[in-house]
Design a protein around this ligand. Structure first.
Ligand code: GLU
Length: 386
């Protein structure tokens, strides 16, 4: 293991909290942190995405995992997060490791400016040899605007820092072709096309919010970002270095094909839709074949209340998502521009600017390896001139 790597490690709630009394599994945290501290001393850059705030905070709000509603979980996260970080800080100080907390939401990760701010903060922490510990800010995220699970959050983090490895530690030793408790289940050592395994298992562990399915989603996002994902059991002794040194078995999800630019990778890994455009089949063909931008003449209808700089998802009339890109105009401006397609831009919106709604340089054309998103169920605004 001579090459210095950027490693994102994700640990789930069932590794950090005892399922019966919802208290910290100290032995696991101790083994993990001592291993990460050693990796950092060896010159690797390590980021930890840690769950556990909800599980560790449930006792304070007098709830069990099975009867906690969303508000209980948000309150539990507010109680449990300081407990979690306090424990990390104490254990880390035993190993001379400095740690920092970063709480993020899906909106932070999917807004270009905030995403870059988070990235810069993380890089500055690295320069100071401080290990960032990341979690979703569950207490402020609303129901529909959540990453939902730290598997996908960790994939977004791995993409952000262009990691070499994403290591997801969990309660099983990897992916099987069916339920691992089935006597005929076969272990899968290596996966090329993650999407072929998306249905493999949808079981959810009691404490965390993910299951193998969200790990596969995370691995798909990481694959698209040029990051290899390893799914391994969260053992107590050297849980990460034993994987990096191939001392035990795990499932490895390989990087596929060429990795696009950071902007295009960021566009490919999205969980929420802030706006959509619908275009004709001809336009769709042009965008896909010629990689051209989308002009106001191309738009048939749109959805959403979006601002300049938001990501728009582009659909055909039959509902197929073909591309995503950063918009140069707000939804109000886009409607005005499309309805007055023959009038110069500055006469419509009062200032002179680029006239494509989405410029060719800011478009990602979706390929098979990308998971398309469904357009939200809200009214389309028809914008074609009468
Ligand atoms: N953010 C949640 C927590 O800290 C966990 C989400 C997950 O495990 O995927 O408890």
């Amino acid at each position: 293991m001579s090459k210095k790597k950027v490693i994102v490690v994700k640990v789930g709630s069932s590794l950090l909290a005892n399922s019966d009394n919802l208290t910290l599994r100290f032995a696991f945290m101790n083994g993990l942190v001592s291993d990460l501290a050693q990796l950092q001393r060896d010159g690797h850059k390590v980021i930890l995405t840690s769950s556990g705030s909800v599980a560790l905070g449930l006792n304070m709000v007098k709830r069990r995992p099975e009867d906690a509603g969303i508000l209980d979980k948000q309150a539990a996260a507010a109680c449990g997060q300081p407990l979690l970080m306090n424990a990390y800080r104490q254990v880390a100080s035993e190993y001379d490791l400095n740690v920092a907390q970063m709480l993020v939401t899906v909106e932070d990760m999917e807004d270009r400016r905030r995403f870059l701010n988070i990235k810069n903060t993380m890089l500055r922490l690295f320069e100071n040899d401080i290990m960032p510990i990341i979690n979703e800010n569950d207490s402020v995220a609303t129901r529909d605007l959540r990453v939902g699970d730290n598997d996908r959050l960790s994939a977004k983090v791995a993409q952000m820092v262009e990691a070499d490895e994403l290591i997801i530690l969990t309660s099983v030793d990897g992916l099987y072709d069916r339920d691992p408790s089935d006597p005929g289940a076969t272990f899968i050592h290596e996966i090329d096309d993650v999407s072929a395994h998306l249905d493999s298992t949808a079981s959810v562990s009691e404490l965390g919010s993910g299951g193998m399915l969200t790990k596969m989603h995370a691995a798909n996002m990481a694959q698209n970002a040029g990051v290899e994902t390893i799914i391994a059991e969260g053992i107590i002794e050297r849980p990460v270095s034993s994987v990096l040194n191939k001392e035990r078995r795990f499932t490895r999800c390989l990087v596929r094909g060429e990795t696009a630019s950071p902007l295009k990778v960021w566009l490919s890994n999205r969980l929420q839709v802030s706006g959509t455009l619908v275009v004709s089949a001809d336009t769709a063909e042009g965008v896909v074949d010629k990689r051209r931008g989308i002009s106001r003449m191309d738009i048939l209808s749109l959805q959403g209340d979006f601002s300049k700089g938001d990501v728009l998802h582009v659909y055909t009339e039959s509902g197929e998502e073909i591309a995503r890109g950063l918009t140069n105009f707000s939804s109000e401006e886009t409607i005005l521009l499309a309805r007055n397609a023959d009038t110069p831009v500055e006469d419509v919106i009062g200032y002179k600017t680029k006239s494509d709604i989405i410029g060719a340089e800011n478009i990602l054309v979706l390929e098979d390896k990308h998971l398309p998103l469904e357009a939200p169920d809200e009214d389309q605004k028809i914008v074609t001139p009468a």
